[in-house]
Design a protein around this ligand. Sequence first.
Ligand code: NAP
Length: 279
Amino acid sequence: MHKVPEITLNDGLTLPVIGLGTYALNGNAGASAIQNAIHAGYRLIDSAYNYENEGTVGEAVKRSSVPREELRITSKLPGRYQHYDKAVTTIQESLYRASLDYYDLYLIHWPNPKQDLYVEAWQALIDAQKWGLIRSIGVCNFLPEHIERLEKETGVKPSVNQIELHPFFNQEQQRKWHQEHNIVTESWSPLARANHLLENETIQQMAQHHNKSLSQIVLRWHYQLGAVSIPKSASSVRQIENISIFDFSLDETEMSLISELTRPDGRINNQDPAVYEEF
Ligand SMILES: NC(=O)c1ccc[n+]([C@@H]2O[C@H](COP(=O)([O-])OP(=O)(O)OC[C@H]3O[C@@H](n4cnc5c(N)ncnc54)[C@H](OP(=O)(O)O)[C@@H]3O)[C@@H](O)[C@H]2O)c1
């Protein structure tokens, strides 16, 4: 079993630096895949109300022999339930679906700024944390201006901001801002969904040099940036590959070469949180 290093959030909760993404891991096959990941050493499991797999994650937790307190289970509040009352009900529904007493991390999935309800959604997360339903509260896809508003209007800042982050979109400024505000950056689609990234020549050369796979080079880059990454894999072989990155390191030149692959239009689906909305 692989031991993944941990970091400490601004509210004291610890998180492993690599977790399992679970988008499209559903049903019995999904539960088996997540169970395999836990067996391999994954302790952080990402999910979302909108992935319709909170029950699948809960089933994997139930099947695993790992004590609940060693796991870090995440879910996310959808845009259509950002009204305070709906947000509270949705958090309770997420727990019900997963058969859990609490989530370790619960995130607002998208800010949906046109809708302008994310501050009341945040208040619901703050209250749910007080009631013991959630251990740590955070956001996804929030720009600095959105987070500043949360802190100004509620006095509470997120522990985590989960954002699109991979070599084609390295989020340098947003990461710097998080660091200055003691917020952990969590990388979604850390492998850029394994499309062109895992054919990239620069990364290929580094992989050969270190005798590692391209995914391992990319996930090591996330780790050395200080970001928590959540690669999704249904395959137990690739799951193990993705957490076996703690026996080598990239030097400064290699880190820069990977970061330089970024492009202004490098987002996978052009989902700019300033305008994109998801419900
Ligand atoms: N907050 C948000 O708005 C948001 C948005 C998107 C995603 N997410 C979260 O982030 C997680 C990760 O992102 P993602 O699923 O979009 O993309 P990803 O993790 O970058 O890539 C997943 C793809 O890479 C393949 N893969 C994984 N490991 C591999 C390896 N070692 N070698 C080759 N291929 C490999 C997987 O296939 P196999 O399964 O066949 O291995 C899958 O097709 C999601 O699952 C979800 O939990 C959050």
